[in-house]
Design a protein around this ligand. Structure first.
Ligand code: CP
Length: 330
């Protein structure tokens, strides 16, 4: 299997898209289609031996369905050995520190460790002290880089198909991200990634869910859903973290739905070609109407399918690129 450009990748870890250049993001997006083809093989084995003999460890200290399963499947399709730890079945519940947990995993010769944690900065801290390749699978409200990479990949696929141009880029594309921006690592990684790729990003939500100075990230800010949706090529709804309702981030669910739900009514002002996206899990009929989530413009399950190929590309680039130092700090 020929994998183009792998020698150009120089990073040992993937912590966030804030760190990456446009060229590095595009290298991941350009590497992923080869892995998509592996997944889509109708006959033969949906596997390549690129991580054969390597150990990939999923260390998930927060709940996850999509990301955990996707990384595990991606590692298996690269022929790696895989182990998955969750907070419930690890000694973290007995008070073991994250460093000690990882030191013990590394004593069993892990090559790649994928970490999800509720603490912003957890992946970066581990990357400074440990020798495995660290991939951030979501750290607090900080970043979720592989989610944003698979989102950009999915958007780019559709832009290229709609324009019938296999080289089309995201330059000038209009993306509206709707919801709880302040608490969203998905929003943050998407803002870094999409703006670097040349898209115009508008964030929309209640003022209480908008981080201060968010416009410094190069986005437009509004609390008017229709203003955000006019001209949007992509409408990206975020999960409302219902657990935060008690903290007063929004007055009532009914009020949130009335003002911010993406549904067929609010979408009347959006272009007919607008893609509907969501990272999952969805609160149906709260941030996103169920019929829109399941409708013809929705690419939500394509995001999930593409996630496996994008994560295969990330792991391959980190572990197999000739320009990555064999061991070293962030
Ligand atoms: N998109 C996402 O991170 O979903 P999970 O929490 O299920 O992994």
């Amino acid at each position: 299997m020929a994998v183009a450009n792998a020698v150009e990748w120089t990073r040992r870890h993937l912590i966030g898209l804030e760190d990456l250049s446009r060229e590095e993001i595009e290298l991941v997006l350009d590497t992923a289609p080869q892995f998509l083809a592996v997944q889509q093989r109708e006959s033969g084995i949906k596997k390549v031996p690129l991580l054969q003999g390597r150990l990939v460890v999923n260390l998930f200290l927060e709940p996850s369905t999509r990301t955990r399963v996707s990384f595990e499947l991606a590692a298996k399709r690269l022929s790696a050995d895989t182990l998955t730890f969750t907070s419930a079945n690890s000694s973290a519940v007995k008070g073991e520190s994250l460093h000690d947990t990882l030191a013990n995993i590394e004593a069993m010769h892990s090559d790649i460790v994928i970490i999800r944690s509720g603490f912003a900065g957890a992946a970066a801290i581990l990357a400074r002290r440990h020798r495995s390749h660290i991939i951030n699978a979501g750290d607090g409200a900080h970043e979720h880089p592989t989610q944003a990479l698979l989102d950009a990949f999915t958007i780019r696929q559709h832009v290229r198909a709609r324009r019938d141009d296999p080289e089309a880029t995201l330059d000038g594309l209009r993306v509206a991200i709707i919801g709880d921006i302040a608490n969203s690592r998905v929003a943050r990684s998407n803002i870094w990634g999409l703006t670097k790729l040349g898209a115009h990003v508008t964030v929309c939500g209640p003022r209480t869910m908008m981080p201060p100075h968010i416009e410094r990230m190069g986005v437009e800010v509004t609390s008017d859903l229709r203003e955000a949706l006019v001209g949007a090529d992509v409408v990206y709804a975020l999960r409302i973290q219902l657990e935060r309702q008690a903290t007063g981030a929004f007055p009532s669910l009914r009020e949130y739905i009335r003002l911010f739900r993406v549904d067929n009514d609010s979408l009347k002002v959006a272009p007919r070609h607008a893609l509907i996206m969501h990272p999952g899990p969805i609160n149906r009929d709260i941030e996103l109407a169920a019929d829109v989530a399941d409708g013809p413009r929705s690419v939500i399950l394509e995001q999930v399918s593409n996630g496996v190929a994008v994560r295969m590309a990330v792991m391959h680039l980190l572990a197999n690129s000739a320009s990555v130092a064999p061991e070293g700090p962030l």
